[in-house]
Design a protein around this ligand. Structure first.
Ligand SMILES: N[C@@H](CCC(=O)N[C@@H](CS)C(=O)NCC(=O)O)C(=O)O
Length: 227
């Protein structure tokens, strides 16, 4: 039995973005069934959850007979390798998939998250106006470089959708939510090509159904402050 963790509720800007969708996506691609343990803010602080995720975050993946895992990148790659899906057997292509997989998580996601933090977490317009010029040019630089590297190819590596495309297209969802992809038509087309998969749509539908069925009160934010 596989169990993953997800939040009961998140604000609208985060619905469909929370990183458990990446774990759901690869599990769906593998055809592995799983259950979901829903967490609130008190659960995030609990010793039981911290033993599995030292930073109190989601996602995690637990499976009978194996140590629990955290870090979405590690979980997605481990499932891909164990299930033998979306990862080439040829060692040269596998190395290329890994380099793009880590580029998604390190080079692209970090640049986009700096912008997301400014837009979604800074308290007011004045603070955002100061931060935007510090982070936006670098995000645009990375997106332009990614588009140039992709060139006219359908996928990052070889002729098939791989776990690198899964991760890159999911990371690019952050850019879409920030309205940053509109000046990168080839990247937008690439991302749409990647997301056009039943395993992805089911992952998002399942995550969003849970969020829609809950509200902020279910997250026990106030109780967590005194926990
Ligand atoms: N590096 C972690 C990041 C996980 C992460 O940022 N999770 C977010 C949801 S997408 C979270 O739990 N945020 C709440 C928090 O940090 O307290 C991973 O890749 O799994």
């Amino acid at each position: 039995m596989i169990t993953i963790t997800a939040f009961k509720w998140v604000p609208p800007f985060a619905a469909g973005q929370v990183r458990d969708h990446r774990v759901r996506w690869i599990l769906n691609e593998a055809g592995w069934s799983y259950e979901v343990r829903l967490l609130d803010a008190v659960d995030q602080k609990s010793a039981a959850h911290r033993a599995k995720q030292p930073f109190g975050q989601v996602p995690t993946l637990e499976e009978d007979g194996r140590p629990p895992m955290f870090e979405n990148g590690a979980i997605v790659l481990t499932v891909a390798e164990r299930a033998g899906v979306l990862i080439p057997t040829d060692s040269v292509q596998r190395a290329q998939v890994l380099e793009w997989y880590f580029a998604a998580l390190n080079t692209i996601e970090g640049a986009l998250m700096n912008v997301a933090e400014a837009e979604f977490f800074l308290p007011d317009e004045a603070a955002k106006a100061v931060r935007r010029p510090q982070v936006l040019p670098f995000a645009h630089q990375r997106l332009a470089e990614l588009q140039a590297a992709l060139s006219n190819r359908d996928w990052l590596v070889g002729d098939e959708f791989s776990v690198a495309d899964l991760m890159m297209s999911s990371v690019l969802k952050i850019a879409v939510s920030l309205d940053l992809l509109k000046t990168y038509p080839a990247l937008r087309a690439y991302q749409e090509r990647c997301l056009d998969r039943p395993a992805y749509r089911k992952a998002i539908d399942d995550q969003c159904a849970i969020i829609a069925a809950h509200g902020p009160g279910d997250m026990r934010y106030k109780e967590a402050q005194s926990a």
